[in-house]
Design a protein around this ligand. Structure first.
Ligand SMILES: Nc1nc2c(ncn2[C@@H]2O[C@H](COP(=O)(O)OP(=O)(O)OP(=O)(O)O)[C@@H](O)[C@H]2O)c(=O)[nH]1
Ligand SMILES: [Mg+2]
Length: 280
């Protein structure tokens, strides 16, 4: 499955960022802690070059804490890479990320410091801005592409922060990355097939998080052997049925994905540093 979702404002943003990046002092690259590699846009690498950039593994409250530790170790070993994990809805944690950045900048206190927030859609960029500002400045939402324009906000201590629209790339490959991004909520629902994504998520949960699955869906009684059985059982238990009482797999997949994204199944990771070794 190839996913293509590249609304016009993303191209506009890319062009704007190519110029705007030269005027900022540092970058907060907001990643999703549940998919720190898949949620990293190669375009950010390309434009940041020598600029100080902090990888912020956001939504750590939804991620598997063991895996978050492993990811931070993984990034620590990568030369020239700094990373922390936060829950962006917490002001103190948002400031931890910002202060980390600011402390890396050779600072003349009379001059404003400019920090840009970059990342793919739905990773929590605007949420972090709001936490830093201590009030709702930017619109946020649990669907991708909420922010459509760059927005500058002045914070205390002579710091300007730039929130930007989330950007992806025109064709999302390889397939596994497309599935991970879609399951996490980074890609618009209009561009994905819930059946495919539901089956991908079901397979991952059976393999990696069987205990969480059994806790969330006690009606399963025993761990399903395969993803089809899992989706079918969720569908019949949750009343996702077509005429004649046949399970509607599309609807059942939607239920699973919605609950997974919202953290109702538990703290899970869509990818681990070990996966990268295997992919290599
Ligand atoms: N649980 C949890 N949810 C978060 C966190 N940060 C953001 N969110 C939620 O994630 C969703 C997306 O947040 P936004 O701040 O709109 O994301 P964005 O990166 O600005 O998205 P775009 O503007 O579309 O690029 C919202 O529903 C937020 O409430 C976090 O640390 N933990
Ligand atoms: Mg936003």
């Amino acid at each position: 499955m190839t996913i293509q979702w590249f609304p016009g404002h993303m191209l506009e943003t890319k062009n704007l960022l190519k110029k705007a990046i030269s005027k900022v002092d540092a970058v907060l690259e907001i990643l999703d802690a549940r998919l720190p590699e898949a949620s990293a846009n190669p375009f950010v690498n390309k434009i940041c070059k020598d600029k100080f950039r902090l990888k912020v593994l956001n939504k750590n409250d939804l991620a598997d804490p063991e895996q978050t530790k492993l990811w931070l170790d993984y990034f620590k070993k990568k030369e020239g890479t700094s990373a922390i994990s936060i829950c962006g809805t917490h002001k103190s944690q948002a400031y931890e990320a910002l202060n980390y950045c600011v402390n890396k900048i050779d600072r003349n206190r009379a001059r404003k410091i400019k920090v840009m927030v970059l990342g793919i859609p739905n990773t929590g960029k605007s949420t972090i801005l709001n936490s830093l500002a201590g009030k709702k400045i930017a619109k946020i939402g649990d669907v991708p592409a909420i922010t459509r324009h760059q927005q500058r906000t002045s914070l205390k201590n002579n710091i300007d922060i730039y929130d930007t629209p989330g950007i992806l790339w025109p064709v999302i490959e390889p397939e596994k990355r497309a599935y991970i991004l879609a399951a996490s909520g980074a890609i618009s629902d209009t561009a994905i097939d819930y059946n495919d994504i539901g089956f991908f998520a079901a397979k991952l949960l059976i393999k990696r998080y069987p205990d969480l699955l059994m806790q969330r869906y006690p009606f399963l009684k025993t761990l399903p052997d395969d993803e089809l059985t899992l989706i079918e059982k969720i569908g019949s238990a949750r009343g996702c049925l077509k005429k004649g009482g046949i399970v509607d797999f599309q609807k059942a997949s939607e239920v699973l994905i919605r609950e997974l994204r919202a953290g109702k199944i538990g703290r899970i990771n869509f990818e681990t540093p070990k996966d990268l070794e295997h992919d290599d």
